[in-house]
Design a protein around this ligand. Structure first.
Ligand SMILES: *Cc1c(COP(=O)(O)O)cnc(C)c1O
Length: 451
């Protein structure tokens, strides 16, 4: 196809005009949007879910596809004017299939939790049993928690981890054989080890269950061969696009060798059932601008630059784990095999206090329960660190050492008063805050966000 620069010039004008109009029409919102750029620039995210979209992806979100109503699937829309939208969606589907070696991909889900809801609603009847990882053991809140519809509509049975922080596969197997769930969910939020999808599949086959893998947290490692790909081990795989894939907020539903086989107990195949689950069962028109941005992210995920970034995700996790252990801070399981480092805090220091104190110094992370934790999930005895955003900032070994040192200094400077309240000397906080800011400036979040 010939390269045509004119349309891009039209879009550049539109974006410039839009920014100027926003400033003139709504200075209140404009200043909030600016404040958010500044917040992201001046804080260091150690959140395991964090990532920053590239400018090309940001611009795809802001494209004219936002104006397109394209209810239905490519080539089968309710309404006309979808020729370009069809090509964009087919491009996203093709790239998703290539990236994950999938035989089937659906790209319309608005998020990972909607993708999971769609898959469950298609494959389960209300009241059916599902087996998922307990949230307080590192599982995701969407997986069978009583707070979420999965726990309310289905009979949710939960498995956990051993004291070393490994999934307790023996427990998964005995629960699966005792309860005969319709679906087994595997996928975790705060889990620092490799997930053995083949072992899950063997258990699912033995128990006559369908296996659903959720790789939201590790999709980039999977896409670059740094974590086993569940695509053929699981019947269905879901992921969000806004964590390791560095894309826009959204979800993907994928399937490998089982895509065109019949769903046990139903007359249709997985691919047909899943297509219907998204539209019309659970969603109306898709967000076409976000699908364009997903296509951009999935394309970029094939690049050598993305591969190098995922390499840094792994080495930084190793370096952080080693660094904390060297300073006598306990890393659950002693190491990390992905992007996550789970830390067990000592004594009166709770996860809630650590999260708040570190946050006030510009180091963002989240509290999390650790194996054997006696505190509630609102308090916890641990924190979870991820290296995705650090890898995007191109942090090197020296930077990793500084992160470890800063986190340890905050934790050492805090005096807990009870489970939630603490004292941190204001002058110490100011000093730490300015050192975090200097680190942020040294490893900028993204060139286009530099001030
Ligand atoms: C983040 C996450 C989700 C939820 O993703 P959303 O797109 O925000 O709904 C679900 N499952 C896992 C394992 C996650 O890490």
């Amino acid at each position: 196809m010939a390269v045509n620069t004119a349309p891009l010039e039209v879009q550049a004008d539109l974006l410039r005009r839009g920014l100027a109009d926003l400033q003139a029409e709504d200075p209140e919102l404009a200043s909030l949007l600016d404040a958010e750029v500044s917040r992201q620039h001046h804080t260091l995210s150690l959140m395991s879910s964090s990532s920053t979209v590239r400018p090309s992806i940001l611009v795809s979100c802001a494209s004219a596809l936002v104006n397109v109503t394209a209810e239905g699937m490519p080539g089968k829309r309710h309404g006309t004017g979808c020729e370009v939208a069809d090509r964009v969606e087919l491009l996203a589907i093709r790239r998703a299939r290539e990236l994950f070696d999938a035989h089937y991909a659906a790209v319309q889900s608005h998020s990972a939790s909607s993708a999971i809801s769609q898959v469950l609603s298609a494959l389960l009847e209300p009241g059916d049993t599902l087996l998922g990882m307990a949230h307080d053991q590192g599982g995701d809140l969407t997986l069978g928690s009583p707070a979420v519809f999965t726990g309310a509509y289905y009979k949710a049975i939960r498995y956990g981890t051993t004291s070393a922080g490994l999934i307790d596969y023996e427990q998964v197997r005995s629960l699966a054989l005792a309860h005969r769930p319709r679906i087994i969910l595997c996928g975790a939020w705060a889990y620092s080890r490799v997930v053995d999808f083949e072992r899950f599949r063997a258990i699912a086959d033995e128990a006559g269950a369908i296996l659903l893998a959720d790789i939201s947290h590790i999709a980039g490692l999977v896409a670059t061969g740094r974590h086993p790909n569940p695509i053929n081990a699981a019947h269905v795989t879901v992921t969000c696009t806004h964590k390791q894939l560095g894309g826009p907020r959204g979800g993907l539903i994928l399937s490998g060798r089982d895509a065109h086989t019949k769903v046990p107990g139903l007359r249709s195949t997985f691919s047909r059932v899943l297509d219907h689950a998204v539209f019309p069962r659970m969603q109306g028109a898709p967000a076409m601008n976000m699908i364009a941005a997903k296509a951009a992210a999935l394309g970029y995920a094939k690049s050598a630059e993305f591969d190098a970034c995922m390499g840094r995700v792994r080495t930084l996790a190793d370096e952080l784990a080693r660094g904390f252990e060297a300073r006598d801070v306990e890393v659950v399981g002693g190491c990390s095999e992905n992007h996550t480092v789970l830390i067990r805090l000592r004594g009166a220091l709770t996860g809630a206090i650590a999260e708040s104190a570190l946050g006030s110094c510009g180091l963002l992370l989240s509290k999390h329960r650790v194996p054997g934790d006696t505190r509630s999930s609102a308090v916890t005895s641990g924190v979870c660190i991820g290296t995705g955003a650090l890898a995007q900032r191109k942090l090197d070994r020296e930077g990793a050492c500084q992160v470890v040192a800063l986190v340890c200094r905050v934790l050492d400077s805090v005096t807990p008063l009870d489970e939630l309240e603490y004292h941190l000397e204001p002058s110490v906080r100011e000093q730490l805050r300015s050192e975090v800011d200097a680190l942020c400036a040294r490893y900028p979040i993204a060139d286009y966000l530099e001030h």
